[in-house]
Design a protein around this ligand. Structure first.
Ligand code: 4HQ
Length: 257
């Protein structure tokens, strides 16, 4: 996978590419990454990339000519890449989209600044318009980093453990189970005994139950959307049953608090 970012602030990406899993993936040639300065494609003496909006109003718009030249030249040298514009008007990014994007040979990530890019760019040169969430950034650069981070860790070999990405939150539509490490007792709170038992089947069952119940409590919307497995239904039924028994043990309390 290669990422080419088009931006007027290419230096913003250096720290992102120089740390952690992303750095390791570049060193192991699992991904390639570079930033291209849109300003280098401006033809005028002052290399201007923005202009005033037709129709008036405050703020500036990214000029189409330098951006179009940058996208065209980059696409030509990188066949097989998809062009992605980061914009609050795009589809909200999620794990499923990360998986889809990870299947391409390369991504050209277009980062706007100011009020956004000239509409004719989006229409003619962009394959995907993607938003990282319902809030307004000062530019697409941080959004491009979020997207690259999520996509990189899905490329085979990017994470140390072979199947680490598959075990994550969302890969099966549930949140991750709780995690614990040493010490066994931390500030009066113990690690669940089953995790110390060495019984692999018991541990797997506990983790499934932890996943299902954390999802129910923190993100019930995810359970609503999901096709539950038999085991997942069994966990929910068990807790449902336990709650009913508590309620049934207090007969007569039918109204009020
Ligand atoms: N932007 N998800 C670029 C965003 C944004 C988002 C604001 C992108 C301004 C020019 N990008 N413009 N949310 O807020 O991707």
């Amino acid at each position: 996978m290669f990422f080419t970012v088009l931006t007027i602030f290419p230096e913003m990406f250096d720290p992102f590419w120089q740390h952690g899993i992303v750095r390791r993936a570049i060193e192991h040639k699992i991904i390639r990454a570079s930033a291209v300065n849109i300003r280098d494609f401006a033809e005028d003496r002052h290399r201007v990339t923005d202009d005033r909006p037709y129709g008036g109003g405050s703020g500036m718009v990214m000029k189409p000519e330098p951006l179009a030249a940058a996208i065209r030249e980059t696409s030509q040298t990188l066949p097989g890449a998809k062009n992605v514009l980061l914009t609050p008007q795009g589809r909200i990014f999620n794990q499923q989209m990360a998986r889809e994007l990870a299947s391409y040979d390369g991504l050209i990530l277009v980062c706007g600044r100011y009020e956004g890019v000239d509409e004719r760019i989006c229409h003619d040169l962009i394959d995907y318009e993607i938003s990282i969430g319902g809030y307004v950034l000062t530019g697409g650069e941080l959004a491009a980093m979020v997207l690259m981070d999520a996509v990189t860790r899905l490329i085979p070999g990017a994470l140390g453990g072979e199947d680490a990405a598959e075990k994550d939150s969302f890969s099966d539509g549930l949140l991750e189970h709780a995690h614990y490490t040493r010490p066994r007792l931390f500030e009066d709170r113990a690690v669940p005994e089953v995790l110390l038992s060495g019984h692999h089947q018991d541990i797997e069952n506990w983790r499934l139950e932890s996943s299902v119940m954390r999802t129910l409590l923190k993100r019930p919307d995810l359970l609503q959307d999901k096709n539950l497995t038999r085991q997942e239904r069994r966990v929910l039924k068990k807790w449902h049953q336990a709650i009913e028994e508590i309620l049934d043990s207090h007969p007569g309390q039918t109204k009020g608090s």
